[in-house]
Design a protein around this ligand. Structure first.
Ligand SMILES: NC(=O)C1=CN([C@@H]2O[C@H](COP(=O)(O)OP(=O)(O)OC[C@H]3O[C@@H](n4cnc5c(N)ncnc54)[C@H](O)[C@@H]3O)[C@@H](O)[C@H]2O)[C@H](O)CC1
Ligand SMILES: [K+]
Length: 619
C-alpha cells in the first residue's frame, strides 16, 4: 500500500480531476459516503454489542435541533429549533426492520403501484404470500430478493446523535457529505461550523448548501467549550491535508473540547492537528478512535506520535485509481507481505531447495563483540543462522575466543587479533578482511565498543570488503566521525541500522529532529549517501538509495530491550547471505524481526520480560 504526502495527495487529486475527468464533487461525495459508512458500521457494532451511544437526548437537545446550546445559531434551512426529524431513513429503518429482503425472500410480491421504488414502506404493507393455488396444490411463490444499501443502514439509529465539526476546507466538505448520509440512515446529525459557513467556498460550499437544504441543524462555534453531552459521537472534519501548522482559534478550541468530551471521535482523512507528512501532532491534536483515511494512506498516520492519535485506520477508496500512485512514480510504502512480494520481489514463503545445502544459503561473517560486550556479537551471529543462512563465522578479538567456545555450537569462531585485553584495534581490520574473503556478507559493530584508531579500522573494512556490509552500533558511531564520502566507492551494498540517537550522530542533527520526520530524513540520507538505511524505532523506516522508502508496523513494545538491535543486524546479514539485495534484506529483515518480537511477547505473561534471545527463538 502506498504512503503519500499531502502534496502528493493533491497532485493525484488534480490528475484524477483534470486528466481522468472525474469531478471534484464526485470525489467529495465518495469521501463523505465512505466516512458515513464507517460511522454506521461503528454504530452497528456498538449497537450489537449493547454499547450504543446511549438514548438520544430528549427534551432540550432534541427541541433545540441538536445544535450546541451556547453556540450562535445559523439558519438550519428550516424553522430554527425544530427537532431533528428522522430523514427518509426513518421509513427505510422500518423497512429494514420488517426486512424487505426478508419478506421478499419469503415470496412476498412487492406491492404493485405505490412507491415501490425504494421499498421504503413495503415492509408496512403486510401482504401475506399465497401458499396454495386452485385445487389446494401447494404453490411456492417466486423467490424475489431485494436488498438496499446495507452499508448505509442501521437498526441502532435511535441511540445515536452525531455532531460534525466542520472546517472551512474540503475536509469540512467531506464531513458535510457524511452528515447527509448519516441523516439518510436515520441517525440524528448536527453541524457545528468552526468558521461562519458563508466563508466556505467551492465544493465545500456546495455541500454546505445541500446540508442546509436538507434541514440539517447547524450552528457556528461561538467560543468556549461546546456542550457535547447530547451526542453519541463526533466527526472531526475540521482539518485535513490542507492544514498548516498548529490549529488556530476556533479549530484549536473545538479540537481540545472534542478530546475532553469523552465521546468517540472519528476523523475525516487525518486527525485534525496531525501533520500529514511527518506524524507530528500539534497542540492540540484530535485523539481519534477511528480515522477514515481517503484514497491513500498518509505518511503521518504511520509515524508516532501521529500513529498514536489516529486510532484504528481504515483507508477508503474515493475513486482515485490506486495505480495512479505507481504511474506517478510515488515510492513510499507501508511494508506488508504484498509490498514485500510485489514491490521488493521477496519470496516471503522462503521456500528451501529440496537439494539445498549449507553452501546454498550463504556464509555470514560477523565481526563483533568485545570482552565486556561479547553477548552482542553472539546475538547477531545466532540471529543470522535463525534467519536461514547456511553458515556463520563469528570473528572476535583472540583473547575472547577460548571463552566463547561452545557459546553457540552452531557457530564457527575466528581469531581477529586485537589487543591482549580483548578489545579491538586497527590491525584487526586486516584479519577481518582475510576472513571476509569468500564470505557472502560481513556484519560489523555489535559490542565492539570504541578503541584506538577505530576510524582507520572502519575505513580499511569499508574499502576492503568486497561483500555486502551491515554496519551497526559503535561501527555507526565511528562512521559518524568519518568523512566516508571521500572513501573508495563500494560496489556491494551497505546497510546502516541506526537507532534514532545513532542516526542523529550520522546526520549531524539532534535526535528530536530525527524523530520529527523519520521517513523524510531516512529517505534523503539514503539517497545522498548511497546506502540502505534502517532507521529503527516504533515503526522502523527502511530507505533505499534508489528512493524507495518502507514503513514497517510489525513489532511490539516488549522489544525495547538490550540486544534486540543486534538480532536485527544478524537477521539482515542472514538474508543478504541468501542472495537478497540490500533493500530486500533490510525490509524483510525488519518485518521478520518485528513478527518475531510479537510472537516472543505473546509467549510471556508480561511482555516487559521479553529479552533479545526470545526474539531469535521466535524467528
Ligand atoms: N483526493 C483527495 O485528496 C481529496 C481530499 N478531500 C478532502 O480535502 C481535504 C483537503 O482539503 P483542503 O481544502 O486542501 O484543506 P483542509 O480541508 O485540510 O482545510 C484547510 C483549511 O483550513 C485552514 N487552515 C489550515 N491550517 C490551519 C490551522 N493550522 N489552523 C486553522 N485553520 C487552518 C485553511 O484556511 C484551509 O482553508 C483532505 O484532507 C480530504 O479530507 C476531498 O474531499 C476529496 C478528495
Ligand atoms: K480531520
Amino acid at each position: 500500500m502506498h504512503l503519500v504526502t499531502a502534496e502528493e495527495m493533491r497532485r493525484l487529486d488534480r490528475i484524477t480531476i483534470d486528466r481522468l475527468g472525474i469531478p471534484a464533487a464526485a470525489l467529495m461525495k465518495n469521501a463523505g459516503r465512505a466516512i458515513a459508512e464507517e460511522i454506521i458500521a461503528l454504530c452497528n457494532r456498538r449497537g450489537e454489542a449493547g454499547t450504543a451511544g446511549g438514548p438520544r437526548q430528549g427534551g432540550e437537545a432534541a427541541r433545540d435541533n441538536g445544535a450546541p446550546r451556547n453556540a450562535g445559531a445559523w439558519a438550519a434551512g428550516g424553522a430554527h429549533g425544530e427537532a431533528a426529524a428522522p430523514g427518509a431513513g426513518g421509513t427505510r429503518r422500518a423497512a429494514a426492520r420488517s426486512g424487505v429482503r426478508g419478506d421478499a425472500a419469503a415470496g412476498m410480491a412487492p406491492r404493485s403501484g405505490g412507491n415501490g421504488g425504494d421499498g421504503g414502506d413495503a415492509g408496512a404493507a403486510g401482504i401475506t404470500p399465497r401458499s396454495s393455488g386452485p385445487g389446494g396444490a401447494a404453490v411456492t411463490p417466486p423467490k424475489l430478493v431485494i436488498s438496499g444499501d446495507a452499508a448505509l443502514m442501521t437498526e441502532h439509529a435511535e441511540s445515536e446523535h452525531w455532531l460534525v465539526l466542520v472546517g472551512k476546507g474540503n475536509n469540512g466538505g467531506d464531513g458535510l457529505v457524511a452528515a447527509r448520509y448519516l441523516r439518510e440512515a436515520g441517525i440524528a446529525v448536527s453541524l457545528l461550523y468552526a468558521v461562519p459557513p458563508e466563508s466556505l467556498t467551492g465544493e465545500a460550499a456546495l455541500q454546505r448548501d445541500a446540508a442546509a437544504a436538507m434541514g440539517l441543524p447547524a450552528a457556528v462555534h461561538g467560543g468556549g467549550g461546546p456542550d457535547f453531552a447530547g451526542y453519541s459521537g463526533i466527526l472531526d472534519a475540521l482539518l485535513g491535508t490542507g492544514a498548516a501548522g498548529a490549529p488556530r482559534g476556533a479549530y484549536a478550541e473545538l479540537i481540545a473540547a472534542a478530546n475532553a468530551s469523552g465521546k468517540p471521535v472519528v476523523s475525516a482523512d487525518i486527525p485534525s492537528g496531525l501533520d500529514a507528512d511527518t506524524g507530528e501532532t500539534h497542540e492540540p491534536c484530535i485523539q481519534a478512535s477511528l480515522t477514515v483515511c481517503l484514497a491513500f494512506l498518509k505518511r503521518g498516520l504511520l509515524q508516532y506520535p501521529g500513529a498514536g492519535a489516529a486510532g484504528r485506520i481504515v483507508v477508503r477508496s474515493i475513486g482515485i485509481p490506486a495505480g495512479l500512485a505507481r504511474e506517478e512514480g510515488l515510492s513510499a510504502y507501508w511494508l506488508t507481505p504484498a509490498v514485500l512480494e510485489g514491490v521488493l520481489g521477496v519470496d516471503v514463503s522462503r521456500r528451501r531447495a529440496p537439494d539445498g545445502h549449507k553452501g546454498t544459503y550463504g556464509h555470514v561473517l560477523v565481526a563483533a563483540g568485545s570482552l565486556r560486550m561479547s553477548g552482542a556479537g553472539l546475538l547477531a551471529a545466532r540471529a543470522s543462522l535463525r534467519a536461514g543462512c547456511g553458515l556463520t563465522t563469528w570473528a572476535v578479538p583472540g583473547k575472547l575466543l577460548p571463552l566463547l567456545v561452545c557459546a553457540a555450537p552452531e557457530l564457527m569462531l575466528a581469531d581477529a587479533g586485537g589487543e591482549a585485553d580483548g578489545t579491538w584495534n586497527a590491525s584487526a581490520a586486516e584479519e577481518v578482511l582475510k576472513l571476509a574473503d569468500g564470505r557472502d556478507v560481513l556484519a560489523i559493530g555489535p559490542g565492539i565498543g570504541r578503541f584506538e584508531d577505530d576510524k582507520a579500522w572502519l575505513k580499511a573494512i569499508w574499502e576492503g570488503a568486497e561483500c555486502p556490509l551491515v554496519v551497526d552500533a559503535d561501527a555507526l558511531n565511528i562512521l559518524a566521525e568519518c568523512d566516508y564520502g571521500s572513501w573508495r566507492q563500494r560496489r556491494a551494498p551497505v546497510i546502516l541500522t541506526p537507532h534514532p540517537g545513532e542516526m542523529a550522530r550520522l546526520a549531524g542533527v539532534k535526535t528530536k529532529e530525527v524523530q520529527r520526520d523519520r521517513t523524510g530524513l531516512a529517505l534523503s540520507f539514503a539517497r545522498e549517501r548511497g546506502v540502505t538505511l534502517v532507521l529503527k524505532g516504533a515503526h522502523t523506516v527502511i530507505a533505499s538509495p534508489d528512493g524507495r522508502v518502507f514503513v514497517n508496523t510489525t513489532g511490539h513494545p516488549g522489544m525495547a530491550t538490550g540486544g534486540a538491535g543486534d538480532c536485527l543486524t544478524g537477521i539482515i546479514a542472514g538474508l543478504l547471505a541468501q542472495g537478497l539485495d540490500g533493500a530486500q534484506a533490510a525490509a524483510f529483515g525488519v518485518y521478520l524481526h518485528g513478527l518475531a518480537g510479537e510472537r516472543a511477547a505473546l509467549l510471556r505473561d508480561d511482555p516487559a520480560s521479553v529479552i533479545a534471545s526470545d526474539i531469535i527463538e521466535a524467528l
